[in-house]
Design a protein around this ligand. Structure first.
Ligand code: AOF
Ligand code: ZN
Length: 366
């Protein structure tokens, strides 16, 4: 158990970090609170990669009051020169008395060095206050920095019988308006949004973030093994956000050149016939995309699941039954023979959004 006041100030730091989700790129979201003699004297949040870290903003606000203070920070202060100088050095220079940290920084350039630097200079350090919340908040940063692959969230919207469209392909709308609005907030919080070419052909979607307040649109990523994307599709022509196309070496080179000529990156992943999805995710990691929201269709969802590339599922289920043996399901793949081989979900969270149900969970890989 940690002290109640430590949890209180860490909660404040976490709330600030939560508000910056989606705008820090591959960087973590971090909040910092400076407390001296029972009063908050500095607040700071890391808002954008390349700009000051949370501690710097909070210490700038505290000014001379930082001396002898306790600083609450949701991530271990950095010890390295990245795009900005090390926060641990700044905390030492300000002569703070105590630093309370929610979770360690898994960045190999930091990883314990930040806390060690502080302790070496006689600063009291406590680690682990509200750790679980901090780890969850930075699941995308943690995944990319530890594996080189982006965090993959598959979102589905299905009927009660697991269909994502009718047998004629109609899908507007399955989930209700409130669920669809949540999806736009999810888009804002991901750096990439991925669909299979079937979805582009069927719906010609924009794949942008549309919310009552302005949001950030992710990079649009289309998986298209044979380059059959219509050249007139919105994702290739509207210029509303960058688009990446994953294809194979076997795809039509002339069409690839025409599309690249329009400023769209066409990336071959493997010899074919299908896009090597693991390679595609590696390419995204290399391009500093730490998080991808997958919005279908069933085949792409199924392939990602089959290849165990999914970190999290967010499934909106509407109280409707559409039937149709040919109507597509949310995960189309060969499937397993036995129930004991089924993918099961852990860390389940179930909520109700009007008449829709939202089920979140993480696939457990044996
Ligand atoms: C902190 N406080 O607010 C953040 C930290 O290249 P830079 O300068 O943007 O540094 C990015 C790295 O610094 C990032 O990978 C992570 O290890 C740490 N982020 N650290 O002390 C902060 N955002
Ligand atoms: Zn820092």
């Amino acid at each position: 158990m940690h002290a109640i006041d430590d949890e209180y100030y860490m909660d404040l730091a976490l709330q600030m970090a939560e508000r910056a989700q989606g705008q820090t790129g591959i960087n973590p979201v971090v909040g910092a609170v400076v407390v001296r003699d029972g009063a908050v004297v500095g607040l700071g949040t890391h808002l954008k990669r390349g700009t000051p870290h949370a501690e710097v903003h909070a210490l700038n606000m505290a000014g001379p009051l930082a001396e002898g203070s306790t600083v609450y920070v949701t991530l271990e202060p950095c010890s390295h020169y990245g795009l900005t100088p090390p926060c641990a050095e700044r905390l030492i220079r300000e002569k703070v008395a105590r630093v309370v940290i929610a979770c360690e920084d898994p960045n190999p350039q930091v990883a314990g060095r930040g806390t060690a630097m502080l302790r070496d200079r006689g600063i009291e350090v406590e680690v682990g206050v509200l750790r679980d919340r901090a780890v969850k908040l930075n699941k995308m940063f943690i995944k990319l920095i530890t594996t080189g692959l982006p965090y993959i969230t598959v979102k589905t919207a299905s009927t009660l019988d697991g269909k994502i469209a009718s047998r004629t392909g109609d899908s507007k709308w399955i989930s209700n308006e409130a669920s669809r609005s949540i999806v736009h907030t999810m888009r804002h919080r991901h750096q990439g949004i991925m669909v299979g070419v079937g979805t582009v052909i069927a719906d010609d979607p924009q794949l942008t973030t549309r919310l009552p307040v302005p949001g950030l649109s992710p990079v649009r990523i289309v998986v298209d093994s044979t380059l059959k994307i219509p050249e007139t599709s919105k994702v290739l022509t509207d210029g509303l956000a960058p688009t990446l196309l994953f294809t194979t070496e076997a795809a039509d080179k002339t069409k690839a050149e025409v599309i690249s000529g329009r400023g769209i990156e066409v990336i071959p992943c493997g010899p074919g016939p299908k896009v090597d999805l693991r390679l595609a995710l590696k390419e995204l990691g290399r391009r500093e995309i730490a998080s991808v929201l997958v919005e279908g269709g069933g085949r792409l969802n199924g392939s990602l699941l089959e290849e165990q590339l999914v970190d999290e599922l967010v499934m909106f289920v509407a109280p409707k039954l559409i039937g149709g043996p040919e109507a597509p399901g949310s995960f189309v793949f060969e499937g397993y023979e036995k129930m004991r081989d089924a993918v099961s979900l852990s860390e389940l969270e179930v909520s109700q959004i009007g008449d829709n149900i939202c089920i979140k969970g993480k696939p457990v890989w044996a």
